[in-house]
Every structure is written in C-alpha cells, then in structure tokens.
Design a protein around this ligand. Structure first.
Ligand code: ATR
Length: 277
C-alpha cells in the first residue's frame, strides 16, 4: 500500500444494512486516530469470489464476513487458520498485497474473551457447560470451550441429529440431550450458553424451564438484541452471573482490527456505547 492510500476494511454480507461492525471499527479508528475506513458491503452469493479476489486492488486490507458467506469464504481463501478449519467457517479475512486471501475465525475467541471480561474468575474447566443450539454459532462456542479445557459439554438442539453430528465430529466430551429434557440438566451446568436465535427481537421466546438455575452459574446469551434477554433476566433473578452477547460481537472484532490497522483495540464501556448508539 502506498503512503497516500487509505487502508480499507469492511463487512461483507447479504443483508448487511443492520450490521453493527461499521460502528465498531469506525469507533476504534477514531479512538486511536488511525488512518483507515470500514464500510458495509452488500454482496450476492454468486459474486462473492470475484469480489474477494478484487478487493486488495481497491485498497482493502481485510474484511469481516457474515451471513450467508461464512462457509464459502473459508473455501475461497488461500490459507486458513486452524481455528477457522475446526469451526468450518470464516468471519475474518486478510487480503495480502500479492492477492492471497487468509481466513480466520474469531467468533470463539470473542466468546471466550467476553466471558473472561464480564465473568471474572470464569473457568472453562470448573464444570459442565450446557449449550443450547447446534448451528454455526454453536460450532464456534464448542470449539473454543474444548480448547479452553471444558471437560463436559451438554448439548441440546431442537433438531437432535444436528447435536449428534457435532458430537460425532468433536468427540466424547459432548453429551447430547433432548431439547425437551434440557431444563432437567441446568442444575448440572457451571456455564449455560444460548447459541440459538430464540429470544431475539422478532423471534420466538426462549421457553426452556429455567428453575434449575443455581446462584453462581455463569449464564450467557449470544443474542444481543435485546441486550437483556428473558434468559439473562431469569438467570439474574436466580443469582447467576450473567453476560450479554454484545461483548462477543465487540471482542470478535479485535484480532481483525489489529491485523488490518496495526493497533490492538480495547473493548470497554465506550466501545459498547458507540456500537449501541
Ligand atoms: P447461527 O449461525 O446463528 O448458529 P444457524 O446455524 O441457523 O445460525 O442456527 C440457528 C440455531 O437456532 C439452531 O440451533 C436452530 O435449531 P435447529 O437446528 O433445530 O433449526 C436454533 N433455532 C432457531 N429457531 C428455533 C426455534 N424456534 N426453536 C428452537 N431452536 C431454534
């Protein structure tokens, strides 16, 4: 990149208008006084490869990828990180000057960093984790929990075969339970994680019986709209340590921003406020 060129990054998705990533990265660029810009890019599936192969020519040093491109981006990339391979999807790309595309996945990192920041003392190995959902977000959560030393993951999903497929892939630390039975396992869990879309604005409510929640259990919801989901509210009332999903979004942006713009950004109250504004 020549001295006169402004380093660009962006988020690629379809739809993309609702993405909070531009607010996040623009806030960090302004906070650290860095040269650069970050834009939302609406790209159709059939154009993804052409777009990705052209971006370095337009001054893009990297991009985030979101729905529905996370799996396709992984396959287009020339080099893929181990964690992205394990998760089976990419959310962060680096465009090298020679045109090579490097893919990473920072969702699991963001998930763990959010818990570490907002549930101080949280220890993955302290006891079983109960995971609701077996979609793309659940894969990132499961990979990172295993990496952090969680010895048992109780996994439940409305569509049971998807949980079983994850167990077959990631091993015997995963114990699959029926969706309708999940409430009976809550008291066994040291950490409870909702990775489904239940409870999100416009989606059905998270209706699992939660009477088994014990004080001190760490409960986190990947849903961040609303910030205070029904699950987190009930958990708080039960004396649990609750962690909302916005922090995961903020933290997953850190490694990409650092690679693209050269400064490792901090996630703090100002970051949250900027993204919620
Ligand atoms: P993401 O990338 O956010 O994980 P996804 O891969 O589409 O998105 O996964 C969505 C998750 O939410 C799945 O676990 C899905 O359950 P199914 O596998 O049974 O579809 C879960 N989910 C979505 N709507 C749900 C509902 N009404 N009841 C229960 N689970 C639901």
């Amino acid at each position: 990149m020549s001295e006169t060129q402004i380093p660009l990054a962006g988020v690629i998705g379809n739809p993309i208008a609702h993405s909070r990533s531009p607010k996040l990265h623009k806030h960090w660029l302004a906070t650290y006084g860095l040269k650069g810009d970050y834009v939302p890019l609406h790209v159709h599936e059939e154009d993804l490869e052409t777009v990705l192969r052209t971006m370095h020519k337009m001054g893009f040093v990297g991009a985030n990828v979101t729905i529905p491109h996370k799996v396709a981006a992984l396959h287009i990339a020339d080099q893929v990180s181990d964690r992205a391979t394990l998760i089976g999807a990419a959310n962060t790309l680096i465009f090298r000057k020679d045109g090579k595309i490097i893919a990473d996945n920072t969702d699991g990192y963001g998930f763990i960093a959010n818990l570490r920041q907002n549930a101080p003392g949280w220890d993955a190995a302290a006891g079983p984790a109960l995971v609701f959902g077996a979609g793309g977000a659940a894969r990132a959560v499961i990979v990172s929990l295993i990496e952090q030393g969680t010895t048992e993951i109780i996994l439940t999903n409305r569509t049971r075969p998807k949980s079983e497929a994850l167990r077959d892939e990631f091993g015997t630390r995963i114990h699959v339970v029926d969706w309708v039975q999940a409430g009976n396992h809550i008291d066994e869990a040291a950490t409870v994680i909702n990775t489904t879309s239940l409870g999100m604005v416009g989606q059905p409510e998270f209706r699992v019986p939660l009477d088994g929640l014990r004080p001190g259990t760490v409960v986190t919801d990947l849903v961040y709209a609303p910030l205070r989901t029904h699950l987190l509210q009930v958990a708080e009332d039960a004396g649990c340590v609750t962690v909302d999903g916005l922090g995961m979004l903020l933290h997953q942006g850190v490694p990409g921003f650092e690679r693209w713009f050269g400064t490792r950004p901090e996630v703090n109250e100002a970051t949250r406020a900027a993204v919620l504004a």
